[in-house]
Every structure is written in C-alpha cells, then in structure tokens.
Design a protein around this ligand. Structure first.
Ligand code: SF4
Ligand code: SF4
Length: 143
C-alpha cells in the first residue's frame, strides 16, 4: 500500500482565521526567513533589509533568520487575526498545513488537527495539490 494512500482522496482544509498558528508556541515557534522573504517583506513594508532585520527578526549564528516571536504573537498578526503582510507572508505560513512532516496520518490526525481548527473544513484539496504544495515547501526550505 502506498505510504500516502491515507489521503489519496484529498484533504480538507480551510483557514478559519483563528490566528492560533501565528501565536507564540514556545520553543517550537519558528517562522524562517529565506532570501525570498528578506527581499519581499522589507520592500512591501517600505523598509531597508537592515531595518527589517533589526526590528522584526532574530538570528542565531549559523542559522537562518526567523521572525521575532518573543511577543505573544507574530509582530504581523493584526487584531482581527489577519496577517499584515499577507501578500508577501513567508512561504511556510502560505503553505501550512501541507508540509511533508505533517502528511503522516498520525501527525495530521493528532497534533496538526489539535492545533489548527481549519483541518477538516472546506473543500477537498486533491492529493496531487497537497503533494505539490509539500514539495514546494521542501524546495523553499532547501533553498
Ligand atoms: S491555526 Fe489553522 S485555522 Fe487558525 S489561523 Fe492558523 S491555519 Fe488558520
Ligand atoms: S507572517 Fe503573517 S501568517 Fe506568518 S505568522 Fe506572522 S501573522 Fe501569521
């Protein structure tokens, strides 16, 4: 049996805009910023890359910069739970929840469903599209 056959019929997901995934979850809250993000987001905000990094990012030596999540939520989460940089939001925000690591049946039905009320809602996303998004995310992550 194909390892991915559990979602061969597609997966349902529709964001309910609850904002939960944009809030600080402690040690596991990382939104990575690649070159793509470091070009697009400062431009969208009318800032220099340097200003953006100083104000909105953290960087550990040897790691990619991440969005500063030392506040209760991402600095770009608005009061209405929408994203202030939506058109240029980081790839990992745009492709959630269809990440390779989430496409394991136990993970999808367990921790992913527990943390995201959009799972199981909306139209079925075909398996091919799910896989395409997961691949795109991996490629982005690999640089
Ligand atoms: S947790 Fe899920 S439903 Fe809530 S904002 Fe994030 S993606 Fe949308
Ligand atoms: S950039 Fe936007 S979508 Fe991503 S965590 Fe921040 S508020 Fe949420």
């Amino acid at each position: 049996m194909d390892a991915k056959s559990w979602y061969a019929g597609g997966l349902r997901f529709k964001c309910t805009s609850c904002g939960a995934c944009c809030k600080n979850h402690g040690d596991y809250t990382f939104v990575y910023l690649t070159e793509r993000e470091l070009e697009a987001i400062p431009k969208f905000l009318g800032m220099s890359r340097r200003e953006f990094l100083a104000k909105y990012a953290t960087k550990e030596p040897g790691h990619w910069p991440t969005l500063r999540m030392d506040q209760p939520a991402c600095p770009f989460l608005k009061e209405d739970n929408l994203c202030a940089i939506y058109p240029v939001r980081p790839k990992q925000c745009a492709t959630w929840p269809f990440w390779e690591e989430n496409l394991v049946e136990a993970t999808w039905k367990g921790s992913v469903t527990e943390c995201c009320p959009g799972i199981g809602k909306g139209e079925l996303v075909p398996a091919e599209e799910v896989d395409r998004i997961a691949r795109e995310t991996e490629e982005w992550f690999e640089g």
